[in-house]
Design a protein around this ligand. Structure first.
Ligand code: CA
Length: 405
């Protein structure tokens, strides 16, 4: 039976309605879908059957046309979808357009334009500073409290949840080694992050102010920024992450619209430094999101990072990455940076959880410092909704397969 009886309190209930792209097992045709419970609704098919004016906007093989349509359209389509799945008179018409999740293949839901990754958790930045610069008087770099640090990543290697991750190879050189060696990474790690998906583009020379965040950002996805620490440590000075990151970035197949997360908005941590006006959010609506993330390795939860602890908000990140006049494209994706809370079991990377390998994790599948071939990492998250409900984000999972060399 189609999931009309999914209760309001279900984490994928009618108050959530994330968007994805699916194909049926007997077809190569990709369609925009909306998740309800353990089913996916063929959104364009339902729209056509109901004579909806949004049928053309939804009849595509990626979410990009919907993303480009802008905030008014996003709200209108969401309102329509909510009615379709909750008003009893629509049931008979849309029933044929529901498919059980286990009968479909989920695809990368949007064509990724540019990809940027930030470094917005103060706990993470302090942990990394202490691990890599133990002799430095301050684990934070002098710029950290003044701007959200980021770098441009590789959009072409953003993959959907469930895609295997091939262990990357590259150069590594420990400080005491006489020369670098080439080979498969021996310090393969994860970074638990939240990704923000840009819908409405901008023209070059037109920065997006803090107040423009909701006009340009469509929604969020869980994101795993796979990281080869040994490659990264040798290559990153002075220009930042490169091959240690660019081999794969995994995202959820479901994009949760910002409109579903209104109840989860929270104030970010108090600011310790005055901010330049374009980043000063003291008079803005709360820019943080209360997202409770879980990180599991081979099914065993190793950390529960709280996104509400992030120092820099997604609105500040968007303002910063456009303040120089750089334009936005529909499908731009930016990652929050590793989410790490203040407690030891809230750290969003193995680098921090094992303190660079010093303190191995004792998992049911064996001790781990970094990832072994065959390990599977899964990120899940939920946010508080109205009246005590939960909004689940789509999970992102990936398994490490051996290097071919
Ligand atoms: Ca990262």
């Amino acid at each position: 039976m189609p999931p009309f009886d999914v209760p309001e309190g279900h984490p994928f209930g009618p108050h959530n309605l994330p968007y994805g792209v699916f194909s049926l097992s007997d077809s190569d045709t990709r369609s925009v879908g909306v998740r309800l419970g353990d089913h996916v609704l063929d959104a364009a098919g339902a729209a056509r059957a109901l004579g909806s004016p949004y049928a053309a906007l939804l009849a595509h093989t990626t979410l990009n046309p919907l993303l480009a349509a802008g905030r008014t359209a996003w709200s209108d389509v969401r309102r329509a979808l909510t009615a379709w799945v909750t008003v009893p008179s629509h049931r008979e018409t849309i029933s044929p357009f529901f498919h059980p999740l286990d009968s479909v293949t989920l695809h990368l839901p949007f064509e990724v334009a540019d990809y940027v990754d930030f470094y917005a958790s103060e706990n993470h930045a302090r942990n990394v500073g202490q691990i890599f610069r133990p002799d430095s008087p301050d684990p934070l770099t002098p710029n950290w409290k003044h701007l959200p640090i980021g770098y441009h990543g590789r959009s072409g290697t953003v993959v959907v949840s469930g895609t295997d991750v091939v262990r990357p190879s590259g150069q590594r050189k420990a400080p005491a080694d006489p020369a670098p060696v080439y080979g498969p990474s021996v310090r393969l790690d994860i970074e638990a992050e939240v990704g923000f998906v840009v819908g409405t583009p901008t023209r070059m020379g037109h920065p997006v102010p803090l107040s423009g965040f909701r006009d340009h950002v469509f929604g969020v996805t869980l994101l795993n920024d796979w990281s080869a620490r040994d490659l990264q440590a040798w290559e990153y000075v002075p220009l930042g992450p490169f091959l240690g990151k660019s081999f794969a970035t995994s995202v959820s197949p479901w994009i949760t619209p910002l409109d579903a997360l209104d109840e989860a908005r929270v104030a970010p941590p108090s600011r310790t430094h005055d901010l330049l006006p374009y980043l000063d959010d003291s008079a803005e609506d709360p820019g943080g999101y209360d997202l409770r993330i879980s990180v599991a390795v081979n099914g065993h939860v190793v950390a529960e990072p709280p996104f509400s602890t992030m120092y820099w908000t997604a609105a500040q990140q968007l303002a910063h990455m456009t303040v120089n006049g750089a334009s936005l494209r529909t499908g731009d994706l930016y990652g929050s940076g590793t989410v790490s809370g203040p407690a030891a079991d809230q750290r969003g990377s193995l680098l921090e959880l094992t303190w660079n390998g010093r303190d191995p994790l004792d998992l049911p599948t064996g001790k781990r410092t970094f990832l072994e071939d065959g390990d599977e990492v899964t990120l899940t998250a939920w946010a508080p909704g109205a009246n005590g409900t939960r909004i689940a984000l789509g999970e992102v999972t990936g398994r490490i397969v051996p290097s071919p060399q």
